[in-house]
Design a protein. Structure first.
Length: 173
């Protein structure tokens, strides 16, 4: 298992970097779109109708992909008071339970997001002209990536190679 994890870690690192960069570009693009919307409303007296639905779409993407990166790098907020007071064995069990629940949550997001996207695909987002199911694609992709990263960490904790901190340090270099 250790050799398998070491073999896929570079690919997961690239996926993590892609998600992080995509999220950053999405945040900048959303900021520019909202800036244009404000300029159009108050200076040109002509608000672009496409700006709000497009910025909401971008926000969905960067929030969910950024959350997935947070799962991989173990930077989400948590209540560690009880965990730090426990023995090493109990801490490991708590980490495994938490990561297992996160993975299940990611799978559920993917499954139900797929159902929502399929169910609304024939509808249309009026201003953009896109299928309505596009609104739920960030749930599908974000949930899958969250599940993948949670499973990666679950295996790491299980085999005793908690690399979340070293992953952050290696990818920053």
């Amino acid at each position: 298992m250790l050799s398998f994890m070491r073999a896929i870690r570079p690919t997961l690192g690239l996926l993590s970097q892609f998600c992080l960069y995509f999220s950053g570009v999405g945040l900048v693009a959303m900021t520019l779109i909202i800036g244009w919307q404000i300029f159009g409303r108050y200076v040109l007296n002509n608000t672009p109708a496409w700006s709000e639905p497009l910025s909401l779409q971008l926000m969905s993407w960067f929030i969910l992909l950024g959350s997935a990166v947070g799962v991989r790098e173990s930077v989400h907020l948590g209540l560690d008071l009880v965990r730090h007071g426990a023995s090493a064995r109990v801490q490991k069990l708590m980490d495994l339970l938490s990561l297992g629940l996160i993975a299940i949550f990611g799978v559920a997001m993917t499954y139900y997001g797929t159902l929502l996207a399929a169910g609304t695909w024939t509808a249309s987002i009026p201003v953009l002209g896109w299928p309505g199911g596009v609104d739920y694609l960030p749930l599908v992709v974000g949930g899958a990536v969250i599940a993948i990263f949670a499973l990666e960490r679950f295996v790491d904790v299980s085999i005793g190679e908690d690399v979340a901190a070293s992953v952050v340090a290696q990818e920053a270099a």
